[in-house]
Design a protein around this ligand. Sequence first.
Ligand code: NAP
Ligand code: MG
Length: 399
Amino acid sequence: MQKIQMKTPLVEMDGDEMTRILWQQIKDELILPFVDLKTEYYDLGLPERERTKDAVTMEAALANKKYGVAVKCATITPNKQRVEEYNLSEMWKSPNGTIRAVLDGTVFRAPILIDSIKPAVRKWKKPITIARHAYGDVYKATEYRIPGEGKAELLFIAKDGTEIRQTIYDFECAGVLQGQYNKDSSIRSFAHSCFRYAINTKQDLWFSTKDTISKQYDQTFKLIFEEIYQNEYKDKFEELGIEYFYTLIDDAVARVIRSEGGFIWACKNYDGDVMSDMVSTAFGSLAMMTSVLVSPDGNYEYEAAHGTVTRHYYRYLKGEETSTNPMATIFAWTGALRKRGELDDLSDLVAFADKLEAACIQTLNDGIMTKDLAGLVEDKSTVTPVNSMGFLKAIRDRM
Ligand code: NAP
Ligand code: MG
């Protein structure tokens, strides 16, 4: 069989633990037999980040900017315990944080649905995509504990020296304090990414914040979205018959639960973090959640929403059999290959991505699935639980 050819390399970012094992297996079983795979490989596994003093992460992010499309394996974000476990010289920053800072993107997360697993919310029939602003707010906040009595102020010193100063609170006892920020430029990028993604996928776009309480901060998000929509996207939305609307986050939550799905819900950084976990769990499983970082200048980074599945990895190291679900990682590959195919005008590559996804869904519809999903199916008589390799082989058969 002649393999499918590629033009531009994909930026391949390898990762850690169980997902690193799956990464190689997915390539060997499902991609390399069919595609003459061209990648520029970056090893973001923790040992290599340590060896290069994390330079490899920045190199990978810059390559993503250069080539446009990357596929990333889950990686460990070091904490104190990991510093000991891997004997690290420093607590290296989250690779995702580094990549987001370079691309200034928005993260879109959408669940993969199958018939045999019913969402916890019965009305949901179509996926709900969460668009998470991946910059600033509480993730870049400065915070500390206040030891006791005293006055906290919010001070801004302009470049010309003028000051804006406001009392936050006159503390009569110990407490906590936090300063957060965001930038108009980043909010604008967020808005453009959301409107473009809605147009590309022909879905309605909802946007929510808490602007009734946060009359400057959240209000700014609302106004920027409205201005950009009116000036640049309204006509295209009307032409496609899709809708953009803004609503208070309290109202959005109620509407989301009453909806049938099939739209994009744009959220600020923290809201998006929390809501995407809730939505993925309600749809079935974190292992079925896909994720793509889209930058305003059109760069894409595809990954699974879940982590490195550490608990399974420790079992794997002891020689025990594991049943880790590779679906979201496979869909990261198909998403990246499809996008590469679209950008390079390679219809074979696009078709390959479609066929691989179809083979995955067919395998699940045939009842062959990893244990995390098998546990969610109501009629157990229709299910054949398998380990990760068994699942990949079943997909390969259908390919
Ligand atoms: P996790 O790796 O997502 O796993 C949490 C639990 O969810 C697992 O123990 C497993 O439950 C279940 N699970 C997740 N993915 C699964 C899959 N594909 N198949 C089957 N079950 C799955 O989260 P974590 O344990 O909190 O984090 C582990 C490491 O991942 C951490 O070092 C963290 O820094 C990193 N992380 C990386 C990313 C990223 O790179 N994007 C994101 C999140 C976390 P059971 O054990 O009950 O089977
Ligand atoms: Mg989260």
